[in-house]
Design a protein around this ligand. Structure first.
Ligand code: UT7
Length: 367
């Protein structure tokens, strides 16, 4: 049975930075409160030309470059997001088109902030089963477009960004070792974006009532998060036949430093073993774990051969954890330049649209 290795990684964040002081100009808050209660100092906010798919494509190209994999070699694209560009088509299909990943199946996965763990597990399982060889797993969010900028309970928390991993099959042991996924829909109302779906389609009153923005019972989500972070980590370790002592790093969902500290206490581990970067990005939901991973790898913090656990929680409610052994890129030949494929992909996309248009005209004439 092949193993599923994480062989490429990349991240993208919009250029626009919003500091706590910037926020204090629009809601009744201050830098000290936000830093003490959350650990966040600043977050990135999407500009007019940043979208969930464009951030995802930027992160993906970096990941493909590290793995030395062509977009045309990808079998499956999973985009985990709670902020898709449309209800449909899936944002994963927009990414497929922009990358020119002509062979890939593509779909979106919505498990909120736990989504990247779910998506990585799904991609790894597809590789383990032998049905695919290469998967591109993305977590991408433009949460700022759904934040209520008058609600100080939520607008201080969220930021935008994307992270991507390339997963590849190899006979060499390692890679994704185990994963656990959980949900409890009875807590669905604790963190929600109520309108815009089929239950409450957009109307004048849904817009007036602010039902197209994020709503959260922060205290309850906090309580739930502190309960599940340590238990999910231990479950994933148990499933991989590992103990806490065997792992070097925990990469938690970057929501609130106090939640991460509670997980550290629960696991009896020092904070130095946790990868933390939420001070600079805030909570980027499903993108937070891959962004934290990419920064830690690029800093040389996470090294080849080390074992780690990624653990997250979020709306749904959902929570989960995934244990992995970090192996880095697989040996490969040649030098792939995925950004060229993006350029070719654009041309290809235009040609396909033109062909579809001409075919449509001919078809109408035949009728
Ligand atoms: O990806 C999952 C997403 N969600 C989360 O992870 C959120 C989990 N929850 C949290 O992180 C925390 O509950 C929050 C950061 C949202 C809130 O922190 P808290 O320590 O639970 O604060 P609180 O809601 O208990 O509020 C304490 C006080 C209140 O004032 P009073 O009633 O004590 O006078 C709030 O009105 O702080 C006030 N407050 C603020 N003050 C300044 C609430 N938000 C703010 C603010 N600035 N932004």
């Amino acid at each position: 049975m092949p193993y599923a290795h994480i062989t490429g990684w990349g991240m993208a964040a919009p250029e626009g930075v919003m500091t706590n002081d910037d926020l204090a100009k629009i809601v009744d808050t201050n830098d000290q409160w936000i830093r003490e209660r959350t650990g966040i100092s600043e977050r990135r906010i999407a500009g007019a030309t940043d979208f969930t798919s464009t951030l995802a494509v930027e992160a993906s190209i970096k990941a493909l470059k590290v793995a030395n994999v062509r977009p045309t070699d990808i079998d499956l694209i999973i985009c985990s997001t709670s902020t898709p560009e449309y209800m449909f088509p899936a944002t994963a299909c927009l990414i497929q088109d922009q990358l020119g990943a002509t062979k890939a199946g593509a779909f979106d996965l919505l498990a909120a902030c736990t989504g990247f763990i779910y998506a990585l597990n799904m991609g790894a399982q597809a590789i383990r089963s032998g049905s695919i060889k290469t998967a591109l797993i993305i977590g991408s969010e433009t949460l700022s477009r759904f934040v209520n900028w008058k609600d100080r309970n939520t607008c201080i928390l969220f930021g935008d960004g994307a992270g991507a991993f390339v997963l590849q099959a190899s006979e060499r042991p390692g890679g994704v070792l185990s994963a656990v996924m959980h949900s409890d829909g009875s807590g669905g109302d604790l963190l929600t974006l109520p309108a815009g779906g089929s239950r409450f389609p957009a109307t004048e009153s849904t817009v007036h009532e602010g039902l197209h923005c994020i709503r959260m019972d922060g205290k309850e989500v906090f309580r739930f998060a502190t309960r599940v972070m340590a238990s999910a980590t231990l479950e994933a370790l148990d499933a991989a036949g590992l103990k806490v002592e065997d792992i070097k790093w925990i990469v938690p969902h970057q929501a609130n430093i106090r939640i991460i500290e509670a997980a550290a206490r629960g696991l009896k581990l020092p904070m130095e073993r946790f990868v933390v970067n939420l001070d600079r990005y805030g909570n980027t939901s499903t993108a937070s774990i891959p962004i934290a991973m990419v920064e830690a790898i690029e800093k040389g913090q996470i090294k080849e051969g080390e074992k780690l656990v990624m653990v997250g929680f979020g709306a749904g409610l959902t929570w989960g954890a995934l244990a992995a052994e970090w192996t880095g890129p697989l040996p490969s030949k040649g030098h792939v330049r995925p950004e060229q494929y993006r350029r070719l992909g654009r041309v290809r996309s235009l040609v396909r649209r033109a062909i579809r248009f001409i075919e449509g005209l001919l078809y109408r004439r035949e009728l």
